[in-house]
Write a protein that binds this ligand. Structure first.
Ligand code: C5P
Length: 224
């Protein structure tokens, strides 16, 4: 059985990571959440008061950023570590989400992240989700999925997720953040979010997680 690369790109909060995790567990593949890397870099910039409109400051800051996915057996998943610190929880905060699309639009930041992502895929047998995985990171992936869902459905899903952690969060805030990120992500100059020509669209507005999983698993098995 050969090992393939599966990419899952799409709009914010479409359920990309849920699907990717389930597929990876079923196929015994590595799952990589590429967005966690952009979020961790954003966290570093925020904490260290880096002015990311200053490219020299960005260049200097990037010398001090080390990202690593570390498997946590207690949670049965890999978690994002920034310079040795587990930041998996804090990078999900809305404070980070509000700035991440600006940081992810910076060329040097993307080059840093993409190089590391490509190294992780050297041995194939990997599922990575993000915005430019099928177009830029692994243009030769055997299976490319582009996920989409109704806006209102996406807002509600992300709101439920964030509300569990912070009951002060409002639906309006979450809606604004998703719209802003999708706009910036799809309009930036460097590797904007777009569907790869050979990607298969998965619209999950009316699909349960289980139905999506079975569709995607079938597509994967046809290619293995
Ligand atoms: O996937 P997630 O929503 O955690 O990603 C956070 C942000 O990171 C996205 O809104 C986007 O700005 C950026 N991102 C990116 N390219 C990727 C993955 C994420 O630009 N491959």
């Amino acid at each position: 059985e050969r090992k393939i690369i599966i990419t899952i790109d799409g709009w914010s909060s479409c359920g990309k990571s849920t699907l990717a995790k389930e597929l990876a567990a079923e196929l015994n593949y590595i799952y990589v959440d590429s967005g966690a890397m952009y979020r961790a870099i954003t966290l570093y910039f925020l904490r260290n008061h880096i002015d990311w409109t200053d490219l020299a400051a960005v260049h200097e800051a990037m010398q001090n950023v080390e990202l690593e996915f570390v498997y946590n057996p207690a949670h049965c998943r890999s978690e994002m570590h920034l310079n040795g610190e587990n930041v998996e929880y804090v990078i999900r905060d809305l404070v980070v989400a509000e700035k991440v699309s600006d940081v992810a639009a910076i060329k040097e930041v993307r080059e840093f992240a993409v190089a590391q992502q490509q190294r992780m895929g050297n041995n194939r047998g990997i599922i990575m989700d993000g915005r430019d995985i099928g177009t830029v990171v692994f243009p030769d992936a055997e299976l490319k999925i582009f996920m989409t869902a109704d806006n209102a459905v996406r807002v509600e899903r992300r709101f439920q997720e964030l509300y569990k952690k912070n009951p002060n969060v409002t639906l309006e805030e979450v809606k604004n953040n998703l719209e802003l990120r999708d706009y910036i992500d799809s309009h930036r100059e460097v590797s904007p979010l777009r569907q790869a020509e050979d990607a298969i669209i998965l619209d999950n507005t009316n699909l349960t997680p289980e139905e999506q999983f079975h569709k995607a698993l079938k597509l994967a098995k046809e290619r293995i």
